[in-house]
Design a protein around this ligand. Sequence first.
Ligand SMILES: OC[C@H]1O[C@H](O[C@H]2[C@H](O)[C@@H](O)[C@@H](O[C@H]3[C@H](O)[C@@H](O)[C@@H](O)O[C@@H]3CO)O[C@@H]2CO)[C@H](O)[C@@H](O)[C@@H]1O
Length: 659
Amino acid sequence: MQVEEKDGIYRIRINNPLPPVEFNFQGVNSSKSLHDFNLTIEEKENSLIISKPLELEEHIVGLGEKAVELDRRRFRFRMCNIDAGKYFKFSDPLYINIPFFISVYKGKATGYFINSASCDLVIDIGVSDYSKIKIFVPHRDVELFIFEGPTIEKVLERYTDVTGKPYLMPEWALGYMISRYSYYPQDYIIKLVDLMKEFRVTAVFLDIDFMDSFKLFTWDKEKFPDPQKFIEELHKRGVKLITIVDHSVRADQKYPIFISGLGKFCETGKGELFVGKLWPGNTVYPDFFKEETRKWWSELIYNWLKQGVDGIWLDMNEPTDFTTYDTYYEILNQLHATMKDERLLLTFPPNVVHEYKGKKVPHLMIRNAYPLYEAMATFEGFKDKEPFILSRSGYAGIQKYACVWTGDNTPSWDDLKLQLQLVLGLSISGVSCVGIDIGAFQGRGSRDIDNSPELLVKYFGIALFFPFFRTHKATNGIDTEPIFLPSYYREKMKKIIDTRYKFLPYLYSLAIESHETGHPIIRPLFYDFQEDENTYRIEDEYMVGKFLLYAPIITPTERRLVYLPSGRWMEFWTKEIFEGNSWINSSSDLPIYIREGSIIPLENNDILTFGNYGKFKYNNVFIEREGNLLKLSKPFFVRKIITEKKEIEVNKELTSIDL
Ligand SMILES: OC[C@H]1O[C@H](O[C@H]2[C@H](O)[C@@H](O)[C@@H](O[C@H]3[C@H](O)[C@@H](O)[C@@H](O)O[C@@H]3CO)O[C@@H]2CO)[C@H](O)[C@@H](O)[C@@H]1O
């Protein structure tokens, strides 16, 4: 075993690991031992068990996309990326598995990252042993990282020093984007965009039906007779185009991409081409673990983007294949039987291998890193174009290349709460650009689906400040775009979307901060109030940066109780001031609270400030408040300044102003 260290980061190498991803770390040898980290290791013939005490007053947060409470105690997590289908609370695993967690104990946060992308990794937080965290590693060689705090923020800075800072999405990608499975033909889409004018759509997503027989990088000529004109029409309206690109290359001798990719696809251990099944029927899959494959793929992406496509949506990239599932499904059907978790059958079969660093590695050993390498190759394909990638799956480091979303959620009141848990869980695990299918994906497949406008509005409501903000729906689902709703609900959606645009300069500044530091854009309350024990069980409120608390309404009412942590808070709509460390009855349908010491840039060059101190960097201008004086580091046009007491019309360039 070898321990290296650098600036509060420790890497422990047990036996002779071949990490699935070589992260950036140049440490020096350390004299520390496992004992110093309070860890013990039990070595088995083909596996390891790493244990750490779990204290009664300890909180465990992180682990990415997990369908349980944000304090992860008392759950046994399987870390295997799968196509989660119609998932619910406690469904485990889901699409994205990040083996990184943060312990908060006696005011001190410490991060732990097990660099294993194995589908059989299990992290048990006090279930099989009440007073222990047990990590079951299904191989004997592994690399661990430990990140010192003492704050959660510092742990995240260190974790993203190693695994990569979140990429900076384009500003337009923070706007309202629309999608469904699937929009076509091209003229309809243009008409829809025009009908949606007042909702300020910034991008349209095309789902799989835009392709000719699901062949990647092709157009269905009936649905899209003139793609160039279509793209121009969108761009004329200031709307970007994002197309889906799955990992499935149709196995077809007449398809040039199949031919050019030969030698770069996944194979079985016997060296035979692995031909699986996905949307195009018989399918082969790029082996993204190979550098040569990634170069080939980047060129394909580059050429596809050249026609004016602005972003890429990577779906099904856990990676999913239908072969095993279809076989078992048939047998089970004949037997009138069901399986406990058939979703695990959507993985590649175990005889598939990847070529990684000159070695043949079984698929299930490094499966979870597949989407990361795919996103990396896709990112490269943008070359000098501002990248936008949305990925359904991921591993530690996915934040460096892509935004992610929570897949095929089901419209229900329960799901609202679950979506907050998923998004905040990802956010606290290094993935800043995160969102959901607003309106929830599932169509009219089962009786638990709630298609009421009340619920649909609440989906817009929870997502108000999510960095990725898109409606998306299954083929047999209702229309979720606001224009299709009765006026009462449409107005509510309009208010939500307008509020998002009002705060967009703040959101974009936070995205820049996140890109530079690794700080999440939206955070669970305990991120900013680590010492406040109340915050660890509050999952229906979130912070947006350090200065804004949002408490979405997630029940069929229009009012709610809000917990405000310590400090003073100003209600955004009424300017009423509240003393924190208290529960208050909010009177707003969008409860937004501004923290004392805030400076928040708003739409149209307005500035919101509360309290007689504060600092913020916006558009490379440092804005500072000292008492009644607001100073700007260089001349900057300001329209209006909004304080707790008044609104000041400015309408000129400023370097300072007495409020
Ligand atoms: O590109 C089309 C959509 O693809 C994704 O969703 C699909 C999912 O990945 C598939 O496994 C399948 O899932 C359904 C499953 O077959 C069914 O038994 C039931 O559990 O419902 C599942 C639906 O979630 O089909 C999905 C498409 O219907 C992707 O996540 C979507 O965003 C894409 O629109």
